[in-house]
Ligand binder design. Structure first.
Ligand SMILES: [Zn+2]
Length: 146
């Protein structure tokens, strides 16, 4: 287990090394807007990601600052709120694309045609049954003396 240390307990050499590491990350991920001086060591007690380096990034959509583990830099570029919105947008876009693809449309048409055929079969059977009932009623009216 790592012992957590206060930020003030870090030596100048350690802080310099972290600054260098942060500069390297800024170079590797120029679009993440990594906030200079935001890096925390894995054993810094202010780090909400113990055991991992973390930095603050600037959301590409709204500019809000969010702290993330450096190992997530490859996949995180938004604050939590914008990430959620982005996901929702993507999902509905994908759903729409799926719905309107030629294969999906052909399948939908086939399903609707099958439903229509089934409805036709039912209604013509019902019409026949009603005609039979009417015929029976006409017969019955003649026979029964009510
Ligand atoms: Zn945002």
């Amino acid at each position: 287990m790592t012992t957590m240390r206060a930020l003030s307990a870090f030596t100048t050499a350690e802080l310099d090394a972290m600054d260098a590491m942060e500069a390297g990350l800024q170079e590797k991920w120029p679009t993440r807007g990594i906030v200079t001086g935001s890096i925390y060591a894995p054993d810094c007690d202010e780090n909400p990601f113990p055991g991992k380096y973390s930095v603050e990034i600037t959301c590409v959509d709204c500019g809000a600052v969010r702290r993330i583990a450096t190992q997530d830099l490859f996949q995180v570029e938004r604050c939590k709120e914008c990430a959620k919105k982005h996901q929702r947008r993507n999902r509905s876009k994908n759903r729409l694309a799926k719905k309107s693809s030629p294969v999906a449309l052909a399948a939908r048409r086939a399903r609707l045609e099958a439903e229509l055929a089934a409805l036709d079969a039912v209604s013509s059977r019902e019409i026949e049954e009603m005609e039979d009932m009417e015929a029976d009623a006409a017969l019955g009216a003649g026979v029964s003396a009510e």
